[in-house]
Design a protein around this ligand. Structure first.
Ligand code: MTE
Ligand code: QUE
Ligand code: MOS
Length: 761
């Protein structure tokens, strides 16, 4: 049957609202009379003990209504999502600069913010641990080390014809969502509370608000219509502000808004983990990798947060698309005195993948070959297993690489670049093709579940609810398309609404790129239940069997009779048919034994390939992205326009991470890059001059996913590794073959100049 809605480039359901400014974010929620505004006071040191807190002047300041410190928290103090370690407010130990100590609520935000300055807090200072290498050397961890291995790496390396060792430092990244962290708490009757929160994880926010207040989850309702971007930064990092607003709301009986200003947001909330990798690789004359020994170190900041799963994901992706027959992979979760690092698009995967690509690049340079040749020698072949034992099948990478190589004219451009560089002493060009193989599923098994709630009203309109949240990725429109497809009705029949914990319970964070996959299946499940009931009605009313019923063009064909969907629903209602259904889904087949570090943690892999060409000025270190070609596999795309938007956006966000965004802490542990003036995200000028993005045709997902689509939220970010490798390739043109290139990420002008000057000395 031809598709009614699936596979069509419907515009984002909120596009008109976004562009006219009508879209309502949490900050636009109309506040009840007398609503109050929060400002949060943080530590002025990075490490030490609090000796005394004097907030008397704060309390007396104009406009101030109430002030809280840790001892005012009604019940639970620790809001760590998985492990303890994240205090809502601290009253003894300080673990990072700006760590929240107290909060003020006032009649307006400016008054609250001004009052903060009147606090007198005495500390006993200790030296902060800020150097990741020092944490590695002293074995200071937030979680125990965890290893993964296959084959006999030591023997393979010892007997290999060639070996190389190296290190790679990778910087973190601020989420820089346009809408910052914000929550509103509204007290309801009988000690219940409603929270409007810009967050990816309404159930976890509900859970934490309940725990902090000492009430039940059933008494808390969290509502999330949309976020103005999240990127992983609103999985665990959104809850504290909801909790603080909730505490003030219960104390004052007023609605309370807690919205962080940009600098507070950047200082208070976790970022992408910086990493440091060490490797030893053994390989043969062709560049075939025979054995690897990898040390993968995440800088987790002061607490565990999600770091166990994040460093795990880095380990799961340090093979990227390359078969490692013999591998020793050790992951460390180091502690430093900074804000606790957290989920960010790719969830450690990008940092792991960077190591795979550097090893390939180093082998190529050592052997004097094009890195693409080394990549081809090492790509997974059908059915080969990853170091954690999951079979890679189908292995689409080689086929995709060949398609893109041809369409982007890689070989000729490579020759042209080599010639160009011979005649151009200052501007050097570089090119690189890098693949992405990204595992889809939460590696924490219980999170791979989703729920939905679908109502059909008796006028034939449909109201769709599910556990996923909208952050700009187009989840809502894709799920509406699924309903539209099943009933063959137009999209405007379906109303999309806020995600609410009182409609669909126990939801997972909208994360791990699985939003459409799991919620889509739950929605489908609910819709199919409704269809079964409608079939029963049709049989009783018209005597038709399910085979005689066809939904098409906003109509229902019942054997030879055709009536409108609207009329059919009206009749079903009058015949007392239940027109509301829940749906549920859990991802099948996946399993993983973390103790053995073996299993099949991913339902399938998402793949993409990118070729990026850059120009580097070797006197200034400035770079320009000249051309990018991307071929990405979204399976049978539910909405190609949305998916291409995700690919373009993901690539540019990755480009920012790897070329211009640099987090800097001073020697006191203070974040100095705490606003967009000192922290440079990409602008329209940084988009490649030529930017070709294509979806892979004719590749239905062989895993049984929703309409055979593939997850597309995170994987494209990692396509930007091709830009970083292209910069490294340009630098390679000024290196001798016996010199190893040491380029840190991000490849800022400064880091590029450092890499070049290391080659010259
Ligand atoms: N796209 C936009 N516009 N805004 C976002 O915040 N987050 C990314 C990705 N794409 C994000 C985005 C991240 S980190 C994830 S996990 C996925 O979207 C989540 O949505 P999905 O699972 O529905 O794809
Ligand atoms: C990928 C992810 C996440 C993940 C695992 C992945 C993620 C996330 C969690 C997580 C783990 C334990 C919890 C929790 C969340 O795991 O985003 O609340 O208790 O939040 O492989 O993206
Ligand atoms: Mo995305 S980092 O899994 O929210």
């Amino acid at each position: 049957m031809s598709k009614h809605s699936i596979g069509k480039s419907h515009k984002h359901d909120s596009a008109p609202l976004h562009t006219t400014g009508e879209a309502r974010y949490v900050d636009d929620v109309v506040l009840p009379a007398g609503a109050l505004h929060v400002a949060v006071g943080g530590s002025s040191i990075a490490h030490g003990e609090i000796i005394s807190i004097d907030l008397s002047a704060v309390k007396k300041a104009s406009g101030v209504v109430d002030v809280i410190i840790a001892s005012d928290i009604p019940a639970k103090h620790d809001i760590g999502p998985v492990f303890e370690g994240d205090l809502l407010l601290t009253d003894s130990k300080v673990e990072y600069h700006s760590q929240p100590i107290f909060a003020v609520v006032a009649t307006d935000y400016i008054s609250a913010k001004k009052a903060l300055k009147l606090a007198k807090i005495e500390y006993k200072e200790q030296k902060p641990l800020l150097d990741l290498q020092e944490a590695i050397d002293k074995e200071i961890y937030v979680r125990p080390p965890h290893g993964m291995s296959c084959g006999d790496a030591q023997k393979a390396i010892e007997t290999a014809p060639h070996t190389l060792t190296g290190t790679l430092s990778i910087g973190g990244q601020d989420h820089l969502y346009l809408e910052g962290q914000v929550s509103i708490a509204i007290p309801e009757e009988d000690n219940r509370i409603t929270i409007h929160s810009s967050n990816q994880n309404p159930t976890e926010t509900q859970h934490l608000v309940a725990d902090v207040l000492g009430i039940t989850m059933a008494d808390v309702n969290v509502v999330t219509r949309r976020m103005g971007g999240a990127f992983g930064g609103k999985e665990t990092q959104a809850a504290p502000w909801a909790c603080i607003a909730a505490i003030f709301a219960t104390r004052t009986g007023k609605a309370v808004k807690c919205r962080l200003g940009r600098e507070d947001d950047m200082r208070f909330t976790g970022k992408r983990h910086p990493f440091k990798h060490e490797y030893t690789v053994g390989f043969d004359e062709n560049g075939k990798i025979l054995g690897v020994d990898y040390l993968i170190v995440g800088d987790c900041g002061h607490s565990p947060d999600l770091s166990d799963a994040i460093v795990d994901r880095a380990m799961f992706h340090c093979d990227n698309a390359y078969f490692l027959e013999n591998a020793n992979i050790l992951g460390l979760r180091c502690k430093t005195n900074t804000v606790s690092h957290t989920a960010f698009r790719g969830f450690g995967g990008p940092q792991g993948m960077m190591l795979a690509e550097v090893v390939i690049e180093d082998i190529a340079h050592y052997l004097g070959k094009d890195a693409l040749d080394i990549r081809k020698v090492n790509f997974y072949k059908e059915g080969e297993k990853t170091p954690y034992g999951q079979k890679v099948e189908p292995s689409l990478i080689l086929q995709m690489v060949e398609l893109l190589e041809n369409s982007a004219d890689y070989e000729n451009r490579r020759v042209g670049i080599t010639e160009f560089n011979q005649h151009s002493p200052i501007i050097k060009r570089g090119i690189s093709l890098t693949p992405v193989k990204f595992g889809i599923s939460f590696t924490v098994a219980h999170l791979n579940q989703a729920g939905a709630l679908v109502h059909i009203y008796h006028d034939g309109t449909i109201h769709l609810n599910h556990g996923g949240t909208e952050m700009g990725q187009g989840l809502m429109i894709k799920l509406a398309q699924i309903v539209a497809e099943e009933f063959q009705v137009d999209l405007d029949t379906i109303t999309i609404n806020a995600t609410r914990t009182d409609k669909v319970p126990n939801t997972s964070p909208t994360a791990a790129s699985s939003g459409t996959d799991i919620n889509g299946m739950a929605v489908l499940n609910a819709v199919r239940k409704l269809k079964r009931r409608l079939e029963v009605f049709a049989h009783e009313e018209y005597g038709v069997t399910p085979d005689d019923i066809t939904f098409a063009n906003n109509e229902v064909k019942l054997a030879s009779k055709i009536i409108s969907f609207k009329e059919f629903i009206e009749q079903a209602y009058l015949a007392r048919t239940g027109l509301s259904a829940t749906g549920f889904y859990k991802t099948p087949e996946i399993h993983y034994d973390r103790v053995k570090a073996k299993g099949q943690p991913f339902f399938y892999y998402a793949n993409g390939v990118a070729i990026t060409e850059v120009a580097v000025d070797i006197l200034t270190g400035e770079t320009k992205t000249l051309r990018t070609d991307i071929l990405h596999d979204a399976g049978e795309s539910i909405n190609p326009a949305i998916d291409i938007g995700q690919i373009e956006g993901g690539y540019i966000q990755g480009l920012g991470w790897l070329t211009s965004e640099e987090l800097k802490w001073d020697d006191q542990g203070r974040l100095t890059s705490a606003n967009p003036a000192t922290y440079k995200i990409p602008t329209a000028n940084d988009i490649p001059e030529i930017f070709n993005v294509e979806l892979l045709d004719d590749t239905p997902n062989v895993a049984n996913t929703i309409f055979h689509s593939k997850a597309v939220g995170e994987p494209p970010l990692m396509l930007a590794i091709s830009a970083w490798c292209a910069i490294r390739d340009a630098i390679r043109s000024v290196a001798n073959s016996d010199q190893q290139i040491e380029l840190e990420a991000p490849a800022t002008p400064e880091n590029i100049m450092n890499a070049i000057s290391r080659l010259r000395t």
